[in-house]
Design a binder for this molecule. Structure first.
Ligand code: GDP
Length: 425
């Protein structure tokens, strides 16, 4: 049985949590493959609202094993808090499995991110200040500390010592902060180690074995394609790779295991933080999308920039991820606009681009070429099948699929599970 990948096709916040939840019934393993505790899923469990940032939402289903794969950076303090939060509302976190290869977010990563963002001033990237970028940087610089290091105190202490020698110099001499002490960090992290021990495993083997006996594996990305470290709008990106290719690298399975690559596509576009966003609407249209779509960050509460559907980035996301289908979310938010703009190409420096321009400066300068589609007034939230949607909404969906060159498999018209409409029904 195959693996499926869920990937955001925009700048994140497309509603991946909702899609994962919809698909979860048929899954045996749900695997988070990149990012850290900056991607929030708001979930309802036993009447309580929980914000999960690290643990895949599959944890709510007793039949699912939730996995955190190698490519995720883990702040063990946050992970344990999330596990406690789940246990407190009666959700058993014992089925969580974490790869020993995950790099850890250390106290100096948090501290350094805070001071470097301040130092960058108006050029700050607007990071979530959870230490995620610095942890990935140390991973690439090969001075990172992995979860498996927790289980050999001598090694852990040695690695920490090496890292702190440099980090403390930077903290004290460059930024005028106080140094961090090895002993205090060791005490905290050894406590975390005891609690995490039973959750650590070779997650690649776990997935491989599950696939061999016919189980379904869902690989769940955080953020979105346009925030990908390589394929996104660098440097206004996240410090890892949300694209499908990295799902395989992180999980440690081969490409032939993957049957479906589901692109989560919001019916309009949002972006958090700085960077190019050609279809951004600074006027009342954007305001209305933000208000009706409740476009505020789950983790940060930050207001998202809002704009019109961009078929150029959808085509790009389809190409770089190998999308097999689209899960379109938040169509309900578009009710009440007399017309809806859809961007089919960009204009920059006198040229027309049907693809993402090859140079970032062109992307910054890109002006959207819009076509206008008919809007609809009907409230869509009560629709239970595609046939219940007004014809203008169906025409809008058809046009998105046509422009993106990818078929739509599900359309979502509200946060509830029953508000996901399969396209084939
Ligand atoms: P993610 O990080 O990609 O999962 O995205 P977010 O957590 O930002 O987005 C999902 C938010 O939008 C959650 O609060 C969902 O309950 C809500 N949501 C998801 N799908 C829909 C939908 O079709 N319509 C509406 N109105 N809200 C939705």
């Amino acid at each position: 049985m195959p693996a499926s990948v869920v990937v955001g096709t925009q700048w994140g916040d497309e509603g991946k949590g909702k899609a994962t939840d919809y698909l979860a019934d048929r899954m045996d393993l749900v695997v988070r493959y990149q990012g850290g505790n900056n991607a929030g899923h708001t979930i309802l469990a036993e009447g309580h609202t929980l914000k999960l940032q690290l643990i895949p939402s599959g944890i709510l289903y007793p039949h699912i094993t939730s996995v955190i794969a190698d490519g995720v950076v883990v702040d063990p303090r946050v992970l344990l808090e999330e596990m406690d939060g789940l246990a407190a509302v009666g959700v058993d976190p014992s089925r969580l499995v974490v790869s020993g290869n995950c790099h850890m977010i250390m106290p100096y990563h948090l501290e350094l991110e805070k001071v470097t963002e301040r130092f960058l001033g108006k050029n700050a990237l607007g990071t979530t200040k959870r230490g995620i970028g610095p942890a990935y940087a140390d991973k690439a610089a090969r001075i990172g500390i992995r979860i498996q290091d927790l289980f050999d105190e001598k090694i852990f202490r040695e690695k920490l010592d090496v890292a702190l020698r440099e980090k403390n110099l930077v903290l004290t001499r460059v930024y005028g902060r106080l140094p961090l002490t090895v002993g205090l960090i060791v005490d905290d992290y050894m406590r975390y180690a005891e609690r995490l021990r039973s959750h650590i495993a070779d997650t690649s083997k776990l997935m491989h074995d599950a696939l061999r006996v016919g189980k379904n594996v869902l690989l769940e990305g955080a953020q979105g394609t346009m925030l990908d470290l390589d394929k996104g709008t660098y440097p206004f990106v996240t410090s890892s790779n949300p694209v499908t290719g990295y799902a395989l690298a992180s999980a440690g399975i081969g490409p032939r295991e993957v049957e479906r690559v589901i692109g989560i596509t919001k019916a309009y576009v949002t972006r958090v933080g700085a960077g190019p966003f050609p279809t951004e609407d600074h006027g009342p249209g954007g305001e209305r999308l933000g208000m009706l779509g409740q476009e505020f960050g789950t983790v940060t509460g930050r207001k998202r920039r809002c704009g019109w559907f961009d078929a150029v980035i959808l085509r790009y996301a389809s190409r770089v991820n190998g999308l097999t289908e689209l899960f379109v979310t938040k169509l309900d938010v578009l009710s009440g606009f007399p017309t809806l703009k859809v961007c089919t190409a960009y204009r920059a420096e006198g040229e027309t681009f049907e693809d993402v321009p090859p140079h970032q400066s062109l992307f910054h300068a890109a002006e959207p070429v819009y076509e206008e589609l008919e809007g609809w007034d009907e409230d869509l939230t009560a629709a239970r099948s595609i046939q219940d949607l007004p014809s203008a909404a169906r025409a809008y969906l058809d046009r998105l699929a046509e422009l993106g060159g990818v078929p739509i498999s599900v359309v979502s018209v509200g946060p509830g599970r029953e508000q996901s409409l399969p396209a084939s029904a």
